[in-house]
Design a protein around this ligand. Structure first.
Ligand SMILES: [Zn+2]
Length: 472
């Protein structure tokens, strides 16, 4: 399934496997196996012939689950461990049925019913073991406790204490906790307000408690909903999962956070697509972020300079855009977006073209916001938690870069004074105002830590900032 150009994994997670287990239990408990056909021996660990021969004349006594593994228990001490991996499914038939293309292992029962293991991606595995051994040998011996059971915070803390990998990666590690996959880790981290890139050993005990509690809640809720999160995953013939409508964050890139109104972002953590709220989910290992915005002439760079003197590193969005315009790939994209440039990149002509064409201006801004956002995020990431950084961004709210900020300061200025300042800077005011009608909306003002009016001189601006910094 392709959504927004990215591959969405269909891998069943713990709730889906639990749903499969319950469904199978209702279908095949007590069934006596008459024949086993392995149509693709690669999915069997060990000898396929031994596998099928061993299972003949066995009766299925019970089915259990550990993490994402299904375990069939037989009446003669044998155990079959099955991992569905990406697309594995079991189909039960109550009459004699011919296998289809993706049916890989067939179990025929005494009463002429059958169970087919079907796997379009062919990644699933099956392995035979015995009751006394199966928990003591791989793969099950490598599993941590199930995420939907009572796991102690002491245990989890101990596992993570020397791990500097991102918390998301650590929670996906089945040897630490079993049963959390990509979807539910995103959900759990969102509910626990933890940034997925936070180093695992930096997540405090209180937050780990939340992780464990939320993991249990989310997984059990999904199990109650009948498993599947995933559109194309069907635990059995004719059965759909219902839980996907309840997902808060997974797969919701660019949607609005229901808690704070920020825009969900998507990043990759150890290669796995990860969606999170940049505002609700703070990374304790990242620096303190101050954002400064305001219209032209309002004194943004003076304010940045002030913070620089107080030990902050400054990211300047305007400078970033200038640097981006130097890049060949950016120039090429701009030429595609702004037809009027006729294939020749020129900043002055670009400005003129944008004044005339609002639609193209919007498209170009959307493109540039994305790039500046990425640069701003990289800038923040490149600093450590003890650092302090300032993001100076004229279009702070439109670009959504505001979501990264711990504090936001809007500089405001009287229109008349603004005009005077711009005149002294030799800026064509009318042209500029045409290009920048809305610096921020009234509703954005609510997000600000403070609105600082800067109608006076530098000294009075700095004394206002002094007050803010000292009050902290
Ligand atoms: Zn949020």
């Amino acid at each position: 399934m392709v959504v927004h150009g990215t591959i969405v994994s269909n891998m069943p997670e713990l709730p889906e496997v639990e749903t499969v287990k319950r469904l199978l239990a209702s279908q095949v408990l007590g069934k006596h196996i008459m024949n086993v056909d392995v149509l693709r021996s690669k999915n069997i660990e060990g000898d396929a012939k031994v596998f099928s021969e061993s299972l003949i004349d066995c009766t299925i006594e019970s089915i259990s689950r550990r993490g994402k593994f299904l375990i069939f228990h037989f009446d003669n001490n044998l155990v079959l461990i099955s991992h569905l991996r990406m697309e594995g499914k079991y189909f039960y038939y109550d009459k004699i049925t011919k296998p289809s293309k993706h049916d890989l292992v067939l179990f025929g029962f005494e009463d002429n019913t059958s169970l087919f293991y079907n796997d379009t991606r062919r990644f699933g595995t099956m392995k035979l073991s015995t009751e006394d051994k199966y928990l003591k040998e791989p793969p099950l011996s490598n599993l941590g406790p199930d995420a939907n059971t009572d796991v102690s915070v002491k245990y989890l803390k101990g596992c993570l204490k020397n791990k500097r990998i991102p918390i998301k990666q650590a929670l996906l590690d089945q040897s630490i906790i079993a049963g959390l996959g990509n979807i539910y880790v995103d959900e759990v981290l969102f509910l626990s307000k933890i940034h997925p890139l936070t180093p695992a050993n930096r997540v405090d005990e209180k937050s780990l408690k939340l992780v464990l509690a939320n993991a249990k809640i989310v997984l059990n809720k999904a199990i109650d909903a009948g498993g599947s999160t995933i559109k194309s995953y069907h635990p059995g013939k004719g059965i759909d999962g219902n839980f996907q409508s309840e997902l808060n964050v997974y797969g919701k890139k660019n949607e609005i956070c229901p808690i704070c109104g920020a825009t969900f972002r998507k990043i990759f953590v150890n290669g796995r697509g990860t969606t999170f709220c940049p505002h609700c989910q703070k990374n304790v290992a990242m620096p303190h972020v101050v954002a400064i915005t305001g219209p032209i002439g309002s004194g943004k760079s003076l304010a940045s300079e002030y913070f620089r003197k107080h030990g902050y590193d400054v990211f300047n969005a305007d400078a970033c855009v200038h640097a981006l315009y130097e890049r060949k790939d950016v120039q090429e994209r701009v030429l595609k977006l702004v037809k009027e440039l006729n294939g020749k990149f020129d900043k002055k002509a670009l400005k003129d073209a944008l004044v005339k064409n609002k639609k193209e201006k919007q498209k170009l801004e959307d493109y540039l916001y994305r790039l500046v956002d990425e640069e701003a995020f990289n800038f923040i990431k490149s600093h450590k938690e003890k650092d302090k950084v300032v993001l100076e961004v004229p279009l702070l709210f439109q670009s959504h870069i505001c979501d990264y900020a711990d504090e936001i300061y809007i500089l405001s200025i009287d229109k008349k004074i603004q005009k005077e300042r711009l005149q002294s800077r030799n800026i064509n005011i009318d042209e500029y105002l045409k290009l920048n009608e809305s610096y921020y909306l009234q509703e954005d003002k609510k997000k600000a830590t403070a609105v600082i009016s800067n109608d006076g001189d530098v000294a009075s601006l700095y004394s206002k900032l002094d007050k803010i910094i000292c009050d902290k």
